[in-house]
Design a protein around this ligand. Structure first.
Ligand SMILES: [Zn+2]
Length: 131
């Protein structure tokens, strides 16, 4: 059973493949940059404590970005795999259709808008329930 038309699924698949390409490039660049920061640090030509901590900080930022990109890449891969299995477009929580417009905005979404909001509310650390 399919939630989207074949054409809609193909369009989302296209978006996902583009996103995958972008993420792979970002991950590669992030790894290269963090490698360079490390390398400069190792070279130690002008190294004092200040330079070193800046280099370490940059490296931490790069690694955090790479980790975020890797996480998103896994989601994108998962969505592409669901398209391959013709199991794409359903909400992981309620099974309803996620909806074409939502998938166009977030092609790797695994929940419909209502379930995503409910989930974010239940994990929110601040704000008081209005009920
Ligand atoms: Zn749902």
């Amino acid at each position: 059973m399919s939630y989207l038309s074949q054409e809609q699924t193909m369009q989302i698949g296209q978006l996902l493949r583009e996103r995958r390409r972008t993420l792979r490039n970002e991950i590669r660049e992030g790894l290269l940059k963090s490698g360079e920061a490390h390398h400069n640090d190792m070279a130690g030509m002008v190294s004092d404590a200040g330079d070193e901590s800046v280099a370490n900080m940059l490296e931490d930022v790069e690694i955090a970005e790479v980790e975020r990109d890797l996480r998103e890449l896994r989601e994108v891969e998962g969505a592409l795999a669901r398209i391959d299995r013709s199991d794409f477009g359903g909400c992981a929580d309620c099974g309803e259709s996620i909806g074409y417009s939502r998938l166009k905005a977030s092609p790797a979404a695994i929940r419909c808008h209502a379930c995503q909001e409910r989930r974010e509310r239940s994990y929110a650390h601040e704000g008081t329930p209005t009920l």
